[in-house]
Design a protein around this ligand. Structure first.
Ligand SMILES: [Zn+2]
Length: 634
């Protein structure tokens, strides 16, 4: 997506040092390397919203000194201002005044001041801002940024850069009631939901982006392409796959299954239920219970599996392993069930029943780096088959200041973290380090893919685990004949089929690659009444199907309407069968692929291909599918 021109601030680079500076101070920085931060950027939004929050809080105080500020936060596209009103209701007039005052404040040159914690607490006490007082008191910082207006003060707990806007646009969305600090036993605050933009232009371009999001909404596409549904009698977050969806799902499974066999993995299959004993050993029952479906039967507690790991470990444990036999790689499409709050469920991307492309690799500590390298190769190969080349990596490491909360020796952690990092570097993969983001049982790599609208989706994960090998006491016999502890890598390439397919649908605006399309070819007789053309279309369909190609003959109605329908349900190849084609046996197919315009909006790319006879069409499709899947599906 192209950035619009709303510059929020600049990053000034001098030597190795970077500093955020206001737009107004650009002149003072003369020759420094200046990089603009736009409203479209994540950082730009954060800085802008944070500044609007300051203006909103000061705006509240301009209108009513008696209202207490309860904090101001934001999400991706709205600002949330919390106010305690002593039972006054917030009416339209207050909101109108607030937006006006805030707009006025945004156009002024408000200053940011630094103030020490004790001084700030003193100021807040004098101003009777008892709620913000509590927030500051509990914050570990010794210094705070504040913005003042007319004796009132607004505290910034995020990065604060001075800004001013003459054309800012503010819009009131609605209001809701929230408990103070999310504590249900606590009192209620009024929360105002507000949208804000630095200019009318930014607002318009955001609106355009949102229109594009809605066109790509996988729930709507799922209905249009007849892929999946849910039903209240089954329950929320549990997907019913219609034939078209089941085909796509099966193709994803077939592809991954073959790919894994080629790369030294062995399939395993495990049950959906277990007694609670298994998940007590794994520790899930103590720290994951609220997400698990637990029930009693025959006087014993059972669980529906939330994870596949303990099952794979038991399979590994069935025999004694020598150091020479490792790594051992197990692979399963494991369907797991996890309780998620109803409010968080969404289409395929947030569900309660999901199928992971789950692997557990059992290996020696000295094999970690090489294995991670293999995993990264496999991942690249797989993502490129889905046509995805734009993804990024996050390396989650220990919190260096709080090492006691992690299991495993410091030495092992250091080795493992280094192994992950070196594997990424050796593969020339840029990544971001996140300290304190590791799981308690080991460091991990998370993979995010980015779509043409700039949205990021978390997909695969590669996690090292020193914990479960301890809990299940799994070992191998080393060269010196001593039993040593195995290391486990938990790994999902796409994450879950449900979520990944939801993401793919949005990524491609429903136009999946040829190998993955539920129907690959639409066969359209030009004249719906011509017996000759109709029977040829049927013969062609049958022959394509016999060759493992998914084809449909669309015969009824005007040709134009049928072409429109085939395009609407995103069939990639449209073959028209007319008199000329029957005579020459030469067919022209319209090949429609996913593409985007300069703004990242979905715009199909069309190509004409010419093939000789049905055989020619079969061969062309097989070759293209083989090319897309690196020869794995033919
Ligand atoms: Zn696992």
């Amino acid at each position: 997506m192209v950035s619009n021109s709303d510059v929020i601030a600049y990053i000034a680079k001098k030597d190795e040092h970077e500093e955020l500076i206001p737009r107004t101070k650009v002149k003072e920085y003369g020759n420094t390397d200046l990089q603009p931060v736009f409203f479209d950027d994540e950082l730009g939004k954060r800085l802008f919203y944070s500044w609007v929050c300051r203006a909103l809080e000061l705006g509240v105080k301009r209108i009513s000194k008696s209202y207490l500020l309860g904090g101001c936060s934001w999400t991706l596209n709205e600002i949330r201002l919390d106010i305690y009103t002593f039972n006054d209701s917030i009416d339209d007039r207050f909101i109108k005044n607030l937006l006006e005052e805030t707009t006025r404040l945004l156009s002024q040159q408000l200053r940011v001041e630094k103030v020490g914690k004790n001084d700030l607490l003193q100021i807040l006490k004098e101003k009777s801002e008892v709620l913000i007082y509590e927030v500051v008191k509990d914050n570990d910082s010794r210094e705070f940024m504040i913005v003042k207006d007319d004796g009132n003060v607004s505290v910034c707990l995020d990065t604060c850069v001075e800004q001013s806007y003459n054309e800012a646009v503010l819009e009131y969305v609605n209001q809701s009631m929230v408990h103070w600090r999310g504590d249900e036993k606590s009192f209620l605050l009024t929360r105002l939901h507000i949208r804000a933009f630095p200019s009318k232009k930014a607002k318009n371009s955001q609106a355009e982006l949102e229109r594009e999001y809605s066109l790509r909404d996988h729930v709507i596409l799922g209905r249009e392409l007849d892929l999946f549904l849910t039903d209240p009698s089954v329950g929320a977050g549990l997907i019913l796959w219609a034939p078209n969806g089941a085909i796509v799902r099966k193709l994803m499974e077939e592809f991954e299954y073959k790919l894994h066999l080629r790369h030294g993995y062995q399939p395993v299959v495990t049950p959906h239920l277990a007694t609670s004993e298994l998940f007590e050993t794994s520790g899930h029952l103590s720290y994951y219970r609220e997400n698990m479906y637990v029930f009693d039967h025959d006087g014993k507690t059972h669980v529906v599996k939330p994870m596949n790991c303990p099952f794979h470990i038991l399979i590994f444990k069935r025999k004694k392993w020598s150091y020479k036999e490792l790594p051992v790689r197990y692979f399963e499409f494991g369907t797991v069930y996890r309780y998620e709050r109803a409010g968080t469920l969404h289409g395929l991307t947030r569900v309660r029943g999901l199928t992971q492309d789950d692997s557990h690799i059992f290996l020696r500590p000295d094999q970690i780096q090489e294995e991670i390298g293999r995993l990264l190769d496999l991942l690249r190969l797989m993502y490129s088959s889905y046509g995805i080349n734009n993804y990024s990596f996050k390396l989650s490491l220990r919190d260096p200041n709080n090492q006691s909360k992690y299991i495993g020796s410091a030495e092992l952690w250091e080795k493992a973290e280094k192994a992950l990092e070196e594997a990424l570097i050796n593969h020339g993969i840029p990544f971001k380090k996140e300290y304190g983001e590791a799981a308690f049982y080991g460091p991990k790599i998370d993979i995010y893919l980015k779509d043409s609208l700039g949205r990021e989706w978390q997909c695969g994960t590669i996690q090292l685990d020193f914990n479960l090998p301890e809990r299940f006491n799994i070992t191998y016999v080393d060269q010196d004949n001593k039993e040593k502890r195995v290391v486990i890598i938990h790994r999902a390439q796409i994450g879950s089929i449900e979520r990944f397919l939801g993401i793919l649908l949005e990524y491609y605006a429903g136009r999946l690659p040829l190998w993955l399309a539920p129907v690959q070819v639409a066969l359209l007789p030009v004249d719906e009444h011509s017996e000759e053309q109709r029977s040829y279309a049927l013969r062609m369909r049958d022959e394509l199907i016999n060759n493992g190609i998914r084809a449909e003959a669309m015969m009824e109605g005007r040709l134009q309407a049928r072409v429109r329908e085939a395009r609407k349900i995103r069939i990639p190849l449209i073959v028209v069968i007319g008199e000329k084609e029957l005579r020459t046996e030469e067919f022209e197919a319209q090949w429609i692929k996913y593409g985007v315009d300069e703004k990242g909006r979905y715009k199909p790319v069309e190509e004409k291909i010419t093939v000789r006879g049905i055989r020619g069409l079969v061969e062309w499709i097989k070759e293209e599918v083989g090319r897309e899947t690196h020869g794995i599906i033919k």
